[in-house]
Design a protein around this ligand. Structure first.
Ligand SMILES: [Zn+2]
Length: 270
């Protein structure tokens, strides 16, 4: 590393810290996470590690001292004296390991989404903001991956469970077939190339689930409805809306930042 690079790298890392903390606040503000759930980002200068917060409610983290660097290989902290981390950080490490193109991961227990993980009703892209969901959103069932010694608490406690979850996104290392994976009786995990895109996908996954639920309740309330079958986005529509929304992807991040800065609950000193 040349000395001229060092100030730039320090500035970039500072931006990553700030966005990781802000993204955690945004996810809390939008009820995608509560005291549980987490956001991470691949380290910008060390592809073998990633950054996520210590074991704390995402809405309460506030400075780089709340962030921990982990090895992707086994989710071990780079600093052996780092503060305690999240139990489920193998979700993140195994997704980074399998998909080098993925730079940010979110895991959520969203109450709007969880019903679609175990009810037999499939989550489907039902409006233009959620084309990234594709034409189907698969469900990963942890019971299919558990070994006899694993604790059956539905949590992704180790690398082999995290590896199974990561593998279920399918596709190639450059392009996962899916970017959202439902987790039976638990929540969902979302992948993206940046913190901003990952937060956007997590929020709009939750919004799509809430809209779909409202639509299904509305329809069930009138069994005589004659408007035809529930109509979800077609393959062409999910492709074109995904492209279209990407043209405006910067817009919500600026709004969401202002929301968390103005509401008085959150602090970000990074
Ligand atoms: Zn979880």
């Amino acid at each position: 590393m040349s000395s001229s690079q060092e100030p730039n790298e320090k500035l970039v890392l500072q931006n990553y810290h700030r966005d990781l903390i802000a993204g955690s606040h945004i996810l809390h503000y939008h009820n995608v996470v509560d005291a549980f759930g987490h956001l991470s980002v691949r380290h910008p200068f060390n592809p073998k590690t990633f950054l996520m917060s210590r074991n704390a409610a995402p809405g309460t983290i506030s400075s780089p001292s709340d962030l921990v660097e982990y090895y992707i290989e086994d989710a071990r902290p780079v600093d052996p004296n780092a503060p305690a981390g999240f139990l489920e950080r193998c979700i993140h490490s195994e997704c980074y390991k399998r998909y080098p193109s993925i730079n940010s991961v979110i895991h959520s227990h969203s109450e709007s989404v969880v019903p679609y993980t175990f009810s037999g009703v499939s989550l489907r892209a039902c409006y233009h903001m959620a084309g990234f969901l594709g034409t189907s959103v698969p469900i990963w069932d942890i019971a299919d991956a558990q070994k006899p010694d694993d604790i059956s608490d539905l949590l992704v406690r180790n690398t082999h469970l995290g590896g199974s979850l990561a593998g279920s996104f399918a596709g190639s290392p450059d392009t996962p077939e899916h970017v959202v994976m439902l987790m039976r009786g638990h929540g969902f995990t979302v992948l993206a190339g940046s913190i901003q895109d990952c937060v956007m996908r997590a929020i709009y996954t939750q919004k799509n689930a809430a809209i779909q639920t409202t639509a299904l309740i509305t329809r069930a309330a009138d069994p005589t409805a004659t408007g035809g079958p529930v109509k979800y986005l077609s393959k062409k529509e999910v492709e074109d809306t995904t492209w279209s929304i990407r043209q405006s992807a910067h817009r919500p991040w600026g709004l969401w930042l202002r929301e968390v800065e103005a509401c008085g609950l959150y602090s970000n000193s990074a």
